[in-house]
Design a protein around this ligand. Structure first.
Ligand code: XMP
Length: 327
């Protein structure tokens, strides 16, 4: 049986050697626990599910079946990276599901943020369940639960998001190989497993993805604009040494237009809002003092390279009174 509770005297995994020891122990436990059954994993490409995938691939190879659902709300390049790293480099048994139209059709005309979240969450479970039912010999469901998830759900702070919502016929026994780790330890283990830095050190990204950053009813053109502007922001933060320093940074696109001028003509287009914040625990946050020249350069790139955008704003609001996301 897997260890469900972090032992009080467990040493913090801070070095490659400690990570290797953890990996070896997990591999032995996983092999003993799952035998020759298949294990199913929803692989989003986030840190936790990616580390779980890499660990299980080491332990049981193609007995792990990864399902990557592209709901159309991922950042630029993310689905491609999942395919490249897991199918290309790790020879994973990976099912890629292009569910973009399905999600965007369901979200059409829905502007209430909570309703958007419910649709995205519900549709994800449906797509995942449909894929799971096509498979034979699945005995286990793997999840990227980590120790803070357990602590927070025990403390009643947030419902434990994993496992919830799957239909009865798909309630498999769980395999949670990073369950007793803190986030920083998951990253050390991920690095030791050979995952690229872009995956291991990635900033937090909400489950409903760009859906919470494309405000109001999601339209394909504004969704594309938020994805492209986010990619420009990330590229510029990378180039200018801010990527490893700032805790979270992204763009938002509200559903209002304003008048502007482009190529000497009136343009009724959207603004893009930049958010860049630092925090320890996401409960409060301060705004990064991004150099003005860099903000100007990013503005120039976004207004010239992203279709439909004529203004860029920088959100100067700490949390509180703002939250980190806009939705
Ligand atoms: P707020 O906007 O509440 O965000 O200040 C705090 C942090 O939580 C992230 N966030 C989420 N993370 N699933 C997640 O895993 C979600 O649904 C979700 N919503 C917000 C947000 O990006 C920020 O880091």
């Amino acid at each position: 049986m897997p260890v469900l509770v972090r032992p009080e005297n467990m040493e913090r995994i801070t070095t490659p050697a400690l990570a290797e020891r953890f990996i070896e122990e997990q591999i032995a436990d996983i092999r003993a626990y799952v035998g020759d059954k298949k294990v199913l994993l929803a692989l989003s490409g986030g840190v936790d599910s990616s580390v779980v995938a890499a660990l299980l691939i080491r332990a049981i190879g193609r007995q792990l079946v990864c399902v990557h659902v592209n709901h159309g709300l991922l950042r630029k390049g993310e689905p491609e990276q999942v395919i490249r790293v897991f199918r290309g480099e790790m020879d994973a048994n990976l099912i890629y599901v292009d569910a973009v139209d399905r999600f965007l059709d369901k979200l059409k005309g829905v502007s209430d943020p909570e309703k958007k979240r419910r649709i995205i969450g519900g549709e994800f479970i449906e797509v995942f369940a449909e894929e799971a039912r096509k498979l034979e010999g699945i005995g286990f469901l793997a999840q990227g639960t980590i120790w803070p998830d357990i602590l927070e759900s025990d403390a009643g702070i947030k419902a434990h998001h994993n496992a919830g919502g799957l239909p009865e016929d798909l309630k498999f026994s769980l395999v949670e190989p990073v369950r007793i780790l803190f986030k920083d330890e998951v990253r050390v283990v991920g690095k030791a497993l050979g995952l690229p830095d872009g995956m291991v050190y990635r900033q937090p990204f909400p489950g409903p993805g760009l859906g919470v950053r494309c405000l109001g009813a999601i339209t394909r053109d504004r969704l594309e604009a938020v994805r492209e502007s986010d990619a420009i922001l990330r590229e510029e933060f990378d180039k200018n040494g801010l990527a490893g320093k700032v805790w979270q940074y992204f763009t938002i696109i509200p559903d209002v237009r304003s008048v502007g001028v482009k190529d000497g003509k009136r343009s009724d287009e959207w603004p893009v809002i930049i958010r860049a914040v630092n925090t320890r625990d996401a409960m409060t946050a301060t705004v990064e003092d991004v150099p003005f020249a860099l903000l100007s350069h990013i503005t120039d790139r976004i207004t010239h390279e992203v279709k439909g955008v004529n203004r860029v704003l920088y959100d100067l609001t700490p949390k509180p009174t703002g939250t980190i996301e806009w939705e």
